[in-house]
Design a protein around this ligand. Structure first.
Ligand code: AMP
Length: 416
């Protein structure tokens, strides 16, 4: 029979790599807890309309990358390609705008895009992200950006580069887009077919195209930074000033646009020189129109999403050890009941404990203890049972001691 493999662009994550994932999840919870973010978990699939309305019909993600299917009742559903639209939907639906304060969320979970798989790019990948609602201050933009960079640094990621731009707002962007369209039309012959289509839809995205002709042509295009309204200009200046108070270095990147339609004002991306071609660790920005567009109040929002596969990649040196196991062995099957009871007591105390139930001799049990990399093997043999004691072997040093069962807890506190 043919072996069934995981679908292209997906991967299995297991020990020891899984310990890094668990470590990262713990670090996210601890770090973002300090900024009063609360975890939110939204469904893996949503009505397709959420993404076409939220992310934008014209975007690459919606046009080419969504896993969309009909359910048995002929509803169009989509595996979430990102989570901001869903967090906004959840906040509207559950009236969180009234019920919660502050409106700060983080999420951790899988996303799905029909992307071209390569190292660091998958079809099922994992993001963690944060969203802050109801705060339009430039200082909160800076705080969100600071937290992203600081978190990555604290994890031990080097060569971090923060790129920053403002993509304007519904006040100033339409006029700029007209100017940009004119410039793009003048260069239409050099653009790829995809970018030609973007001229009428969202010409900002031409800046994202990696085709040499498009990249070259877009170098002469007008830049949004020169067309911002006074409010966007002031906001952007204040974001930059706050970042300098926070000692966060950044590079102004006037061609930085985000792949999704809903961004307004601040846009940012963090990359690391430690990564290869797929060097983007996270991206985000402000989205002051999205909440209203999805049927919620006229309320500001800002957030980012980070790729967890990309964050794990440069953390090769990270020590995220697995459990330190106590292996309980029995010299004879007649002592199995004692072993089971000892294991139970030890687990109650919080230790990870393993027993081999195969009824094999002690030599084989020790072999098994080695295979599962146990830290200590606790032996209950005839002598130990008679004297109410236990022999403990340190599997690394091979040292062995025999102690009374009543002293075991104390011993473990000192030696585990
Ligand atoms: P985006 O939602 O496109 O702004 O992406 C945010 C972050 O998610 C990126 O900076 C990447 O780190 C990560 N990411 C996006 N697409 C993928 C993918 N197909 N595979 C792995 N990571 C991804």
């Amino acid at each position: 029979m043919n072996e069934i493999k995981a679908p292209k662009g997906t991967r299995d994550i297991f020990a020891p790599e899984i310990y890094k994932w668990q470590y990262l999840e713990g670090a996210i919870r601890a770090y973002y807890g300090k900024f009063l973010y609360q975890e939110i978990r939204t469904p893996i699939f949503e009505h397709s309309e959420l993404f076409s309305r939220g992310i934008g019909d014209e975007t690459e993600v919606v046009q080419k990358e969504m896993y969309t299917f009909k359910d048995k009742a002929d509803r169009s559903l989509t595996l979430r390609p990102e989570n901001t639209a869903a967090v906004v939907r959840a906040a509207i639906e559950n009236k969180l705008f009234e019920a919660m304060a502050p409106l700060r969320f983080y999420y951790i979970g899988p996303m799905f895009r029909y992307d071209k798989p390569q190292k660091g790019r998958y079809r099922q990948f994992h993001q963690f992200g944060v969203e802050v609602f109801a705060d339009d201050s430039p200082q909160v933009d800076a705080e969100v950006i600071f937290s992203a960079v600081d978190f990555l640094k604290k994890l031990g990621i080097d060569q971090i580069q923060l790129d920053l731009n403002s993509v304007g707002c519904p006040q100033c962007r339409p006029a700029y887009l007209q100017t940009l369209r004119q410039a793009a039309r003048a260069e239409e012959a050099r653009l790829c077919p995809d970018c030609r289509r973007k001229i009428d839809g969202n010409p900002l995205r031409i800046f994202d195209c990696k085709q040499p002709g498009c990249a070259e042509a877009s170098r002469s295009f007008p830049l949004i930074g020169d067309h911002l309204c006074a409010e966007c200009r002031d906001h952007f200046a204040a974001v930059r000033e706050t970042l300098s108070w926070m000692n966060v270095p950044f590079r102004l990147e006037p061609r930085l646009v985000r792949g999704l339609d809903y961004y307004t004002k601040t846009a940012f991306e963090v990359t690391s020189g430690q990564l290869g071609a797929q060097n983007a660790l996270l991206g985000g920005g402000r989205y002051n129109s999205l909440i209203h567009e999805l049927g919620g109040p006229d309320m500001a929002g800002i957030g980012f999403a980070a790729g967890r596969e990309r964050i794990i990649l440069p953390l090769e040196h990270l020590e995220a050890p697995g459990p330190k196991v106590l292996f309980v062995a029995y010299g004879d099957t007649q002592w199995l009941a004692h072993a089971v009871q000892l294991a139970e007591v030890l687990r109650e105390e919080g230790y990870p404990v393993y027993i081999d139930y195969q009824g094999r001799n002690l030599k084989k049990q020790f072999k098994k203890a080695d295979r599962i990399a146990a830290a200590f093997t606790l032996v209950l043999g005839d002598d130990e049972i008679k004297s109410g004691s236990v022999s403990i072997k340190n599997m690394a040093s091979q040292e062995q001691v025999k102690i009374s069962l009543k002293d075991l807890n104390e011993w473990l506190k000192k030696n585990y």
